[in-house]
Design a protein around this ligand. Structure first.
Ligand SMILES: Cc1cc2nc3c(=O)[nH]c(=O)nc-3n(C[C@H](O)[C@H](O)[C@H](O)COP(=O)(O)OP(=O)(O)OC[C@H]3O[C@@H](n4cnc5c(N)ncnc54)[C@H](O)[C@@H]3O)c2cc1C
Length: 594
C-alpha cells in the first residue's frame, strides 16, 4: 500500500469552497483567531504528523497488538506508540479544541474534525487513545464541579492523563438499564465502586501517567432501570499518588484495532466521585457519546480514504487483461486494471462515499461550533437540532459506507488484498468495529427514526429538508444542475411522505418503526449525500476556468456517478420500507431453524 497522503486539497475545498467555514467561524465569539491561515497551518502540521509518525506505525501495531502482563496488570502498547503520543502532546494537539480556561487552545470543531479524520486514516487504533480522552474531557467539562474541572481537565488537556468510557458490562451493552456495578457512599463525598466493565477502549496502557475512567454505576436504592444510573470519575491513581482499586483484568483478542487496548476493567471498592446529579448518569454520558458517535463516523470516513488511496495506486500499476474497447497501453504486457469498468465502479464508490462523508462532517462540525458559540439562541437551537438529527446518520451511514469502501479497496487488490503485507485487509478488519460500538448501527437507526424524527413529529427533519428545499429553489433555473436538483427534490418529497406513513403505521404497531429504521437511516443518509453532491457540483461548475479544471471536473463526474450508481439504492430502500413489519415478524421464533 502507498504511504498515506492527507487529502489537504479536498479539505480546502470542503471547508473553504463548499461549507465556507470562514464566513462564520471568525465571527463567533471566542473563534476570532481561527482564520483561514490558522486552519491551514494546523492542517499542514497535522498532516505531517499523521503521514510521518502515525501511518508508519499502523501495520506493526496490527501485527504486535498490545501486550498484557497479568502479574503487574499492566499493558504495553506496540513499539512507537508511546513516542508518537508524546510528540502529539508536545505539538499541543490534545488541547486543540479545549477550553482555554483549562489550558486549551480554544479552536473550533471545524478544525478538529479534519484532523481527527487524518488520524483515523493513518492509524485508527492509535487515534482512539486521544479520542477517548477527549470524550472524558467533554463530559467533565459539561457536568463536573469546579473542583473536578480544576483537578482533571488541565491534565486531560495537556495529554499527561488519558480517559475512558466505562459503560458496558458482560450482560449488557445496548441495554444499560441492566447494569449492575454499584456505588456506595463513603460519607466523605467519595463513593466505593464495585463491578466489572468489559470492552473498555484504551482501558489500560503505558502512554500516560494516569487514566481517568468515567464509570456508570448504581447508587443504593436507585431505580432499577436507566433512571437509576449515575456517573463517576474513577482515576487509576488518586490525588496522593496511591493506586486506586481499579485494574485491568485482561485484554480482549479481537478482529481489528489490535493496537488499541480493549480491556476488562475490574473495580473492587475503587474510590470514585459523582459527576452531575445522582441517577442522571446516562444523560451526562451522552455528552461524551454524541461526540464519540461522530468520532466513530469519522473512523469509517478515515479508513475509507486510506483504502481508496491504496486501491487507486494499485489500480494504476497492476496490469491485467486489455480494456474491452481495445488496448490502452499497447507497449505494456497488459493494461492497468483502472481501465476496467468494474474496477472503476469500486474506486468511484470509495471516492463518492468518502468525499460526501467529508462534506457531511464539515457541515456537522460547523453546526457544533454554531451551537456552542453563536450569540443568537435561535441559531444555536437550529444548529443543535441539525446535529441531533444527523449524528446517528453520520455514525451509521459513514461507518457502513466506510466498511463498503474498505472492502472494495481490498477487492481491487484481488488475491493480494487478502494477504496481510499489503495492509488492505487490516483496513477492513479495523473498520468493522465502527459499525458496532458507540451503539450499534441498528440502534442508531432506532434513535434516528424513533427519538429524532417521530418523537417531535418531524420538526427536526423539516428543518433539514428546508435547507434542501432552499437549495433546489435557488437553482430552479440552473440547467447544469437540473440532473441533480430534479432527483433530489423528488427524494426529499418522498422522504416526507414515507416518514408520515411510518409514523401512522407505528401508531397501530410499534414494530413498524423498528422494522423500517435501518432502511430509513440509509434513506436519510442518501438524501444528505445527494444534497451535498449537488452542492459540490454547483461549486465545481462555478469554479471551472480558474486554472484547476481537472479537480472541479472530477467533482462533477463523481457527483454524476453518485446519482447514477449509488443513489438508486434509495428506490430499493423505499420499497423495503413500504413492505412494513410483517415480512420480519410473521415467522414464529421457533420456526427460524426450519
Ligand atoms: C473493540 C470494542 C471496543 C469497545 N469500547 C467500548 C468502550 O470504550 N466503552 C464501553 O462502555 N463499551 C465499549 N464497547 C462495547 C460496545 O459499545 C458494545 O459492544 C455495543 O454497544 C453493543 O453492545 P453488546 O455487545 O452488549 O450487544 P447487545 O446489546 O447484546 O446487542 C446484540 C445485538 O442486538 C441488537 N439489539 C439490542 N437491542 C436492540 C433493540 N432494542 N432493537 C434492535 N436491536 C437490538 C444490537 O443492535 C446487536 O446487533 C466496545 C466493544 C468492542 C467490541
Amino acid at each position: 500500500m502507498p504511504a498515506y497522503q492527507a487529502p489537504l486539497r479536498d479539505f480546502d475545498f470542503v471547508l473553504n469552497e463548499l461549507i465556507k467555514v470562514q464566513d462564520i467561524i471568525p465571527t463567533l465569539p471566542g473563534y476570532e483567531e481561527a482564520t483561514q491561515d490558522i486552519f491551514s497551518s494546523y492542517l499542514e502540521a497535522a498532516a505531517q504528523f499523521c503521514q510521518s509518525e502515525l501511518a508508519p506505525l499502523n501495520r506493526q501495531g496490527d501485527e504486535e497488538g498490545c501486550q498484557f502482563d497479568p502479574a503487574t496488570k499492566s499493558v504495553t502498547t506496540p513499539p512507537g506508540f508511546k513516542e508518537a503520543y508524546q510528540q502529539y502532546c508536545e505539538l499541543g494537539f490534545p488541547a486543540l479544541d479545549c477550553d482555554p480556561a483549562y489550558g486549551g487552545q480554544g479552536m473550533p470543531k471545524s478544525l478538529a474534525f479534519p484532523i481527527m479524520e487524518m488520524q483515523c486514516s493513518a492509524n485508527v487504533a492509535w487515534s482512539m487513545y486521544p479520542g477517548l480522552s477527549h470524550g472524558a474531557y467533554s463530559a467533565i467539562h459539561a457536568h463536573g464541579t469546579e473542583q473536578q474541572k480544576a483537578e482533571y481537565l488541565p491534565k486531560l488537556v495537556d495529554g499527561s492523563w488519558t480517559g475512558t468510557m466505562c459503560l458496558t458490562e458482560p450482560h449488557c451493552g445496548t441495554d444499560l438499564g441492566l447494569l449492575k456495578s454499584k456505588a456506595e457512599p463513603n460519607g466523605d463525598g467519595s463513593y466505593s465502586i464495585t463491578g466489572t466493565k468489559i470492552f473498555i477502549s484504551a482501558g489500560e496502557h503505558d502512554l500516560a501517567q494516569n487514566i481517568v475512567h468515567l464509570v456508570l454505576a448504581r447508587l443504593p436504592d436507585a431505580p432499577r432501570d436507566v433512571k437509576g444510573i449515575s456517573l463517576f470519575i474513577v482515576p487509576k491513581f488518586l490525588a496522593d499518588g496511591s493506586r486506586n482499586a481499579v485494574s485491568c483484568g485482561s485484554l480482549e483478542h479481537k478482529m481489528g484495532i489490535k493496537a488499541n487496548a480493549t480491556a476488562v476493567i475490574n473495580l473492587d471498592n475503587a474510590k470514585g466521585w459523582l459527576i452531575g446529579e445522582p441517577n442522571k448518569g446516562l444523560s451526562c454520558m451522552f455528552t461524551m457519546m454524541n461526540a464519540a458517535r461522530l468520532g466513530c463516523g469519522m473512523q469509517g470516513l478515515g479508513i475509507g480514504e486510506a483504502s481508496f488511496q491504496g486501491a487507486l495506486a494499485y489500480a494504476r500499476e497492476r496490469l491485467q487483461m486489455r480494456a474491452l474497447t481495445g488496448a490502452k497501453c499497447p507497449d505494456k504486457a497488459a493494461d492497468p486494471i483502472i481501465v476496467h469498468p468494474d474496477v472503476r465502479r469500486m474506486l468511484l464508490t470509495q471516492k463518492a462515499y468518502t468525499e460526501a462523508g467529508r462534506a457531511l462532517t464539515a457541515l456537522l462540525a460547523l453546526q457544533l461550533d454554531i451551537e456552542a458559540k453563536h450569540p443568537d439562541a435561535a441559531a444555536r437551537e437550529d444548529a443543535a437540532d441539525l446535529v441531533a438529527l444527523l449524528t446517528p446518520v453520520a455514525k451509521a451511514f459513514m461507518t457502513d459506507n466506510g466498511y463498503t469502501a474498505a472492502n472494495m479497496g481490498m477487492q481491487v487488490f484481488g488475491g493480494h488484498g487478502f494477504i496481510r503485507e499489503w495492509g488492505m485487509e487490516q483496513l477492513v478488519r479495523d473498520c468493522r468495529i465502527s459499525q458496532i460500538y458507540e451503539g450499534t448501527n441498528g440502534i442508531q437507526a432506532i434513535d434516528l427514526l424513533g427519538r429524532k424524527v417521530l418523537l417531535d413529529q418531524g420538526a427536526k427533519l423539516r428543518k433539514f429538508t428546508k435547507l434542501i428545499h432552499t437549495f433546489c429553489k435557488a437553482n430552479e433555473g440552473n440547467d447544469k444542475l437540473a440532473e441533480f436538483t430534479g432527483p433530489l427534490a423528488r427524494l426529499m418529497k418522498e422522504v416526507g411522505e414515507i416518514t408520515m406513513s411510518i409514523g401512522m403505521a407505528s401508531l397501530q404497531n410499534k414494530d413498524e418503526a423498528g422494522a423500517a429504521a435501518s432502511d430509513y437511516l440509509r434513506l436519510i443518509g442518501h438524501l444528505a449525500y445527494a444534497w451535498l453532491w449537488a452542492r459540490m457540483a454547483e461549486v465545481a461548475y462555478a469554479r471551472l476556468g480558474n486554472g484547476e479544471d481537472a479537480f472541479y471536473q472530477a467533482k462533477i463526474a463523481t457527483a454524476r456517478f453518485y446519482y447514477a450508481k449509488l443513489l438508486p439504492e434509495a428506490e430499493a430502500l423505499k420499497i423495503s420500507i413500504k413492505s412494513g413489519a410483517k415480512p420480519l415478524m410473521s415467522l414464529e421464533d421457533e420456526h427460524f431453524a426450519f
